[in-house]
Write a protein that binds this ligand. Structure first.
Ligand code: PMP
Length: 412
């Protein structure tokens, strides 16, 4: 067995791994921003390297991961059902709790039916793979999440990718496509890096014009935007026009897992045919109970959505006024475009030293020259947290030569 670089044969499939030095190089410069362990967290304040730091990079939008009621709900069900389901939904892994959650989510999203998956990733990958086959065409936004890309790749369908939010190009592609083929447009409802909302009315117009179906991945939208937190289509009052909507539990719902809602027949087909659903163990009881409680709180405490919007508007306005480029953000995801990767990592490190955690995002997750710091906000951030985040951004931005003291960008 080869266990050192010098032993490697040229055709050893592990060669790429033994030669992968990029992460080590960045680590040796003290700039590596990934896999940073949190030693504790109360949701908004996390402990990193023994220091208390404000979390400004979590998808915990409603701030429910540490809510005592949610924790209690998880604890209570473990006593009844144990810690895991040890089987897939198809076989021994269905609990009455799963069915209760599916019914409540279908009802909340005003759709016929719902199917749960064990992660948000599996939801999109598994549903797209199953619903689109060899004779079908998927029209997919180029900025769609990786799980949608995986779903299209393993689906055997022809995939036509359109430039991000470019409805003109989408229309051209749809016009050109085989008239006999089954068609589905797939788009993120909120794009996870830019925080932009999809052009839902245009997507609906095109799906109708060309007899296609429309699938929205609302991972960053349900429990975040729209009436009562019903997501991107709801912000346009167009929920009835969307054929399939997926969501995840790893963000607003403070847990892990995912779901898909739509017509009963379509959901039942996916439930019975999706490998990601059939061949993977079901969501553990504590995860399901967490989501049930989070859904209840989402419905009752509408102030959380109002606060989230207020915070997002405030942060976008203030960061822009300082001279930062916040791209096209319209949601609690607010990217700060820095440009080159190394500058982005330096900014990240100085922010952390100043007591603020954000996420550094570099190519290929974003285009070349668009490395950014992805900030995201929670309903539970206090005004004091927000102002500390802003103070840190102002200080580091000036230090790093990204902005000046008069609110001007110094980037070309
Ligand atoms: N869709 C989008 C748009 C996402 O951003 C993510 C995760 N960040 C997922 C799906 C996958 O969800 P999960 O992490 O819950 O598996």
């Amino acid at each position: 067995m080869a266990n050192s670089r010098s032993d490697l044969k040229t055709n050893d499939i592990f060669t790429k791994a033994y030669n992968f030095t990029k992460a080590e190089e960045i680590k040796s410069e003290g700039l590596y921003p990934y896999f940073k362990p949190l030693q504790a967290t109360d949701g908004t304040i996390v402990q990193i390297d023994g220091q208390d730091v404000i979390m400004a990079g979590s998808n915990n939008y409603l701030g429910l991961t540490n809510d005592p009621r949610v924790i209690e709900a998880a604890r209570d069900v473990i006593k009844v059902y144990g810690t895991g389901c040890t089987g897939s939904r198809y076989l021994n892994g269905t609990l009455d709790l799963h069915i209760e959650l599916e019914e409540k989510l279908a009802d909340f999203m005003r759709k016929d039916a719902c199917v749960l998956f064990s992660t948000g990733y599996q939801t999109n990958e598994g549903a797209i793979q199953t619903i689109a086959g060899r004779k079908d065409i998927i029209f997919s936004d180029k900025d769609n999440h990786a799980c949608i890309v995986t779903g299209t790749l393993i689906s055997n369908a022809k995939t036509m990718r359109f430039r991000h939010n470019d409805m003109e190009q989408l229309e051209k592609l749809m016009k050109r496509a085989d008239k006999q083929a089954g068609k589905i447009i797939v788009s993120d409802g909120v794009f996870s890096m830019s925080g932009t909302i999809a052009k839902v009315p245009e997507l609906v117009r095109l799906k109708e014009k060309f007899g296609a179906r429309l699938y929205l991945d609302d991972a960053h939208a349900i429990g975040v935007i729209g009436e009562g937190g019903r997501g991107s289509a709801s912000t346009f009052d167009m929920m009835d026009d969307i054929d399939l909507i997926s969501g995840t539990f790893s963000k607003s719902f403070a847990s892990l897992g995912g779901f898909l809602v739509g017509d009963k027949e379509v959901i039942e087909y996916i439930r019975h045919n999706s490998p990601a659903h059939i061949f993977s163990a079901s969501m553990p009881p504590a995860n399901v109970a967490t989501v049930l409680k989070a859904l209840e709180i989402l419905k009752e405490e509408t102030w959380r959505l109002d606060r989230l919007r207020e915070i997002s508007d405030y942060m976008r306005r203030e960061l822009r006024a300082m001279g930062f480029n916040v791209w096209n953000s319209e949601t609690p995801i607010i990217p700060i475009v820095i440009g080159e990767m190394e500058e982005c990592f330096k900014f990240w490190r100085e922010l952390l030293e100043s007591g603020v955690y954000v996420n550094a995002v570099v190519p290929p997750a974003v285009p070349q020259g668009m490395s950014l710091l992805r900030t995201s906000y929670m309903a539970t951030h206090t005004n004091e947290h927000l102002d500390r985040i802003l103070d840190a951004f102002r200080k580091v931005g000036i230090n790093q030569g990204i902005i000046d003291r008069n609110g001007q960008s110094l980037l070309e």
